[in-house]
Design a protein. Structure first.
Length: 522
């Protein structure tokens, strides 16, 4: 789903792809309960008509539960260390976690949906018949297939015995018969209750299925276009962008709270534009609109002569690279995190290593024991129960050896995300680069290096930088867009805006004075 759909409350956390299967299993259980009710009624009717030998019959009735109880492995009371080690299973969990809302911006802007689906299916295929149930679910009360068959067979002994007695002594009846009838009546009541419960569950699940398929059929708010990008008249200098009277408010915001209010300006192909302004002035909104994560409420955005809504989303996003402080690391290896910038060349280590260098992440890799193969935030299953690390047992040693997470700083994470963006440049399809406050956790030297490396890659690309720190960029910008309260306060070069002594002049001097007034020390 697109971002506006999520914010429009058209999704529900309780909906998942398991719902049709869960409904099918409930339907089977309901059918089984109905069959059990019919069987129990038949058994009671037959018991009334004939007798049986109570002690033997009672023993046969408890044989099945006794066999099942003693044959099963009861885990909950046992000391244990649980660890999932199958790499394909763990990869499936990691890839599935990417469906959560926190990764939606990265997945959509990076055009990664098909890659994730394909890799998930590949991991599932490699698992074959290995169960994907939670580990303890697989082993708790687990019995062998042979034991299960024996228990099922023994479970039929009471009925077989009763049929035999009914044939040999049809006139016999005993207290055991009466007890059987009483137990049958109790069981029948429980069966009827279970039928009602399963029927209610079926109604609930059918409603969820309807909700699921209604959601699937619902038209997305961000509708796909039908024109391929780039068009024939595209400039080899980069993407041409033009906003005409653009009005935009985020879903759920007050009517009078506009993120952009009647904004108009044009960016020529290949220009480097810096957008500045106070927090909440509308700077970051440009990036979301120009990458079609959202659509304008009114007005138009023209890209290379066409309304941006006419272009196919996949084509448009292949031509755009974004770098933002909101971008996250995926629970995958560092190598894959970087390679996802250009999935088609993920195995090209030359390109990956070059992207590492451009993103300034070389020193980070030197700190990691497994280098590019390190998973910084692995989704794993590993824990101990009823085990103390210091008790000297083999389980204690196994518990101590469980893998520990690798921690990195916020600045190091930003460098890895930046490397992903530089990897994206290798596709040679990028026409527009949107950089939104990507260096909030970097030191000044790291920020300067990142901006210089991005500027080195500007050939054939239009670039927009959203920042509240002016020093490294504004002097190199072709144009500066100064925002205030969702409107364009000023638009021009660094020298022009300083001469006007308006909003930009005030903001620039405030930052300059902050550095000039730093105490020099005792």
């Amino acid at each position: 789903m697109d971002l506006p759909t999520l914010q429009d409350n058209r999704s529900d956390d309780h909906l998942s792809a398991r719902i049709p299967w869960d409904t099918f299993t409930v339907l089977l259980e309901l059918s089984a309960k109905l069959f059990a009710v019919a069987s129990q009624l038949g058994f009671m009717f037959q018991t009334v008509r004939s007798g049986n030998h109570g002690i033997i019959f009672a023993a046969l009735c408890v044989a099945k539960p006794l066999i099942e109880n003693f044959a099963r492995q009861h885990m909950w009371s046992m000391p244990r260390v649980v660890e999932a080690t199958n790499t394909d299973y763990l990869r499936m969990r990691s890839l599935k976690s990417l469906e959560s809302n926190e990764y939606r911006l990265d997945i959509l802007s990076g055009n990664l949906i098909q890659y994730i689906i394909t890799e998930f299916r590949n991991a599932r295929k490699r698992l074959g018949e290995i169960s994907t149930d939670y580990p303890e679910t697989q082993y708790y009360n687990k019995s062998s297939p042979t034991t299960g068959l024996i228990a099922s067979f023994v479970g039929d002994f009471p009925l077989m015995y009763y049929v035999a007695i009914s044939l040999l002594k049809p006139s016999s009846i005993s207290l055991a018969t009466i007890a059987s009838l009483q137990q049958s009546a109790i069981l029948l009541r429980w069966l009827f209750w279970d039928v009602f419960y399963q029927a209610d569950s079926l109604r609930r699940d059918i409603s969820r299925i309807q909700h699921l398929y209604d959601l699937e059929k619902a038209n997305p708010i961000i509708k796909d276009g039908d024109v391929h990008y780039p068009p024939e008249n595209h400039s080899d200098k980069g993407m041409a962008l033009e906003l005409n009277h653009v009005l935009f408010s985020y879903p759920g915001s007050k009517e009078d709270k506009k993120a952009l209010d009647g904004v108009s300006f044009r960016i020529e192909p290949g220009e480097l534009i810096v957008i500045v302004g106070a927090n909440g002035s509308g700077k970051s909104t440009f990036v979301k609109l120009l990458t079609r994560l959202y659509d304008v409420n009114s007005g138009t955005i023209i890209v290379d002569g066409q309304d941006i809504r006419r272009y196919k989303l996949s084509d448009l996003r292949k031509s755009i690279a974004t770098l933002s402080q909101d971008h996250l690391l995926f629970p995958l290896s560092v190598e894959e995190n970087i390679g996802l910038g250009y999935p088609e060349a993920m195995t090209d280590m030359g390109l990956v290593n070059k992207a590492v260098e451009m993103g300034g992440a070389q020193e980070i890799l030197k700190k990691l024991n497994n280098g590019l193969k390190t998973v910084l935030d692995p989704l794993s299953i590993q824990y101990g129960s009823s085990v103390q690390e210091g008790d000297g047992t083999e389980l204690a040693a196994a518990l101590k050896q469980l893998k520990k997470k690798v921690e990195v700083s916020g600045g190091e994470r930003q460098r890895i995300v930046a490397a992903r963006t530089f990897m994206r440049f290798n596709s040679n399809q990028i026409k527009f680069v949107a950089v939104d406050e990507p260096s909030s956790a970097l030191d000044p030297e790291g920020e300067l290096q990142l901006f210089n490396n991005l500027r080195q890659k500007r050939a054939g690309k239009t670039m927009i930088f959203v920042t509240h720190r002016f020093g490294h960029l504004t002097k190199h910008a072709d144009k500066i867009l100064c925002m205030k309260d969702g409107k364009v306060a000023e638009y021009g070069s660094h020298a022009e805006l300083l001469t006007r002594k308006g909003e930009y002049y005030k903001m620039y001097n405030i930052q300059a004075q902050a550095f000039e007034n730093v105490p020099s020390g005792p």
